[in-house]
Design a protein around this ligand. Structure first.
Ligand code: AMP
Length: 302
């Protein structure tokens, strides 16, 4: 079943303790779509400028991603520059150039509006809601956000959150959004605004899923080398949604498995700059890591 991914497509310049990469393919929609493409049919809706390399479009198409919703506008592509120093969980933004992304106002084709699964990457919450209102009957809608929208558009963000099934955000954002230091109390407060489930991404500490009744926790895959954490959260979201779409169910068991597939995709992504490693995976590699997660966390009752 098809997933629609809406978000940014970017040229990223990133410095990490492992090195430096200039103007590599990035953006929330890229990482989420590439990760999801291993599980389901994916369509991306985003905007790029006339400077966006055709080779990047070809890369997405080679992953089987439908790029008919990738609008090319006169002007420059969105650019993000960031660095990671000691704590690889926290990106420091050095520069954001919105360029054509500033006027992004996604209009869905009738085919895209019929997608059953929707992932709303981190964009203006009013635009997220605008996309949602164009959808015909989505089965699962998930969304991400960031501190900028929590600070500047909290009421709009709350309206969007009241309409989605799953919120995927990081732990600092969870606390900030709920204005509550305790992670579980914060998640509870966000759930009271409408979503069914909240998935808290915790970088090298894994992820926690909190629903009305249960809490489920996965660790991060134990990596000894992280080259570039950029896009790990979106790769996680892509793997999570991709698995739900492939499974066609969203009961507790499917959500738990999706959380592990999300962690698998996030862990592969950080091995290289940009989505290079994410884009070169095979499904057996993904499954092997899924089973390693199972072994790593399996213990018997006493
Ligand atoms: P993540 O590391 O998963 O949180 O997402 C990283 C991606 O977010 C990068 O590839 C950036 O291009 C993109 N990004 C950074 N800032 C913004 C923003 N303000 N709006 C949309 N996308 C952004």
């Amino acid at each position: 079943m098809g997933i629609l991914v809406v978000g940014s497509v970017a040229l990223d310049t990133v410095r990490t303790p492992a090195g430096y990469a200039e103007e590599v393919l990035g953006g929330t929609a890229v990482y989420a779509s590439v990760a999801a493409s291993y599980f389901a049919d994916v369509s991306v809706v985003a905007v790029v400028g006339d400077d966006f390399p055709e080779g990047h479009v070809a890369f997405l198409q080679r992953k089987g991603i439908d790029t008919s919703g990738l609008w090319r506008q006169p002007g420059r592509t969105f650019r993000w520059k960031g660095e990671y120093t000691g704590d690889l969980n926290v990106a420091r933004t050095l520069d954001t150039q919105l360029n054509v992304f500033q006027d992004f106002n996604p209009r869905l084709s009738s085919e895209h509006s019929r997608s059953r699964y929707l992932f709303l990457g981190n964009i203006d919450p009013d635009l997220q809601r605008g996309v949602l209102e164009q959808m015909q009957r989505p089965e699962i809608v998930a969304c991400d956000t960031m501190n900028y929208w929590i600070d500047n558009k909290l009421e709009a963000l709350k309206r969007t959150l009241s309409l989605v099934d799953i919120v995927l955000i990081n732990d600092a954002e969870t606390r900030h959004l709920a204005a509550e230091q305790n992670l579980f109390a914060a998640a509870r407060r966000i759930l009271s605004w409408g979503p069914r489930v909240i998935v808290v991404k915790r970088g090298e500490y894994g992820a926690v899923m909190i629903g009305p009744k249960e809490v489920f926790v996965v660790p991060a895959y134990p990596l000894e080398e992280v080259v570039d954490p950029t896009g790990a959260g979106d790769s996680f979201a892509g793997g999570f949604m991709g698995y739900l779409a492939a499974k066609g169910e969203s009961d507790d068991a499917a959500l738990r498995q999706a959380l592990v597939f999300g962690s698998v995709m996030g862990s592969f992504n950080v091995a290289e700059f940009g989505p290079r490693r994410l884009g070169s995976l095979t499904f057996p590699e993904i499954l092997e890591r899924f089973h390693e997660f199972k072994q790593m966390t399996d213990f018997s009752d006493v």
